[in-house]
Design a protein around this ligand. Structure first.
Ligand SMILES: [Zn+2]
Length: 77
């Protein structure tokens, strides 16, 4: 399988990945996964929170949460 070489969109590190649509290095991907878990946990406990509420509570930028919503990874109202 061909490997694609790219720069991580978060930290800028050069990394190789098998899929062109992977834009985060492994370290950042794991960090994002933990952030994602925090957001999902907050949504589970407080289903009525808005994106901005979630951003305030978790310290994760609202644009990042919006991206997860757009990707269909989380469902916000
Ligand atoms: Zn990175």
């Amino acid at each position: 399988m061909a490997m694609h070489l790219g720069n991580c969109r978060d930290c800028g590190a050069l990394f190789a990945n098998a899929r062109r649509d992977v834009t985060l290095c492994r370290t950042c991907a794991e960090r994002y996964d933990r952030m994602f878990d925090r957001v999902r946990e907050q949504m589970r406990r407080h289903p009525k929170l808005t994106i901005q509420d979630l951003a305030d509570r978790t310290g994760i930028p609202s644009h990042q949460i919006l991206e997860w919503v757009r990707d269909g990874r989380i469902h916000a109202t």
